[in-house]
Design a protein. Structure first.
Length: 156
């Protein structure tokens, strides 16, 4: 085996390990409805508004926001008076070869990330804010989505 094959195998193995070692954030619902995403995000923003003082709290989104849930969440938080800093979306080269680094300004706020997923007609919204995790289930009925329980708060 020549050196180029060995390097290629090492590169592929490191990419696989990086994928296993990092948590993926964002919206993992296949073909999410705009209404469901917006409804869950508005509910999440209202819960954050109840728990954190708007005028003095800054959030730093820990991942690219490229879905309706994230865009609505960021918009509603800003309208409520929160400072929200987003990071630019990474290129594939940055993902493969550069370790994620937040500049000093981005580190200033509370780290905010989210995972939205679905199992059958039950949706899950999980927010990670600093060391706090907020979770809520939602159920889809006809053409709308409704909370299936209360928000659960876990501090680590």
């Amino acid at each position: 085996m020549n050196h180029s094959h060995g390097f290629l195998i090492l590169l592929l193995a490191s990419m696989l390990l990086k994928g296993c070692a990092t948590t993926q954030y964002g919206n993992f619902i296949q073909n999410p409805s705009l209404q469901a995403s917006q409804s869950m995000a508005m509910d999440a923003a209202a819960q954050i508004d109840r728990l954190y003082p708007a005028a003095t709290t800054q959030f730093s989104i820990a991942h690219a926001v490229n879905d309706a849930f994230g865009q609505t969440l960021v918009e509603k938080l800003r309208v409520s008076g929160f400072a929200v800093q987003e990071i630019p979306e990474s290129s594939i080269e940055q993902f493969l070869f550069v370790a994620p680094q937040l500049d000093a300004e981005h580190k200033a706020g509370l780290r905010l990330s989210y995972i939205v997923d679905q199992s059958d007609d039950l949706y899950h919204a999980n927010l990670m804010i600093g060391d706090t995790r907020l979770s809520r289930a939602f159920v889809a009925r006809a053409d709308s989505i409704h909370p299936a329980g209360l928000w659960v708060k876990k501090e680590e």
